[in-house]
Design a protein around this ligand. Sequence first.
Ligand code: SF4
Ligand code: SF4
Length: 67
Amino acid sequence: MPRILLLDYNKCRPEQCNNGVCVAVEACPLDILAQEEPYENPMMLAPTCKGCMDCIKACPNGALDLE
Ligand code: SF4
Ligand code: SF4
């Protein structure tokens, strides 16, 4: 069942990740998340995803959640 991914920009701190690279982007098997440049907030490329939670587990700041 498709799930809605939530990204909390108040918790997202790219500078605390892998040299500014969003580890959640790299974790998603569907490429739902994308980051234009290191140290920028990632964005969602689709409103829903398969809800595998890989990105949520990868993010060190708890910025991602599923509705
Ligand atoms: S979503 Fe999480 S892993 Fe990605 S840049 Fe923000 S804090 Fe880092
Ligand atoms: S829950 Fe899974 S499919 Fe959805 S954005 Fe995160 S890693 Fe990608």
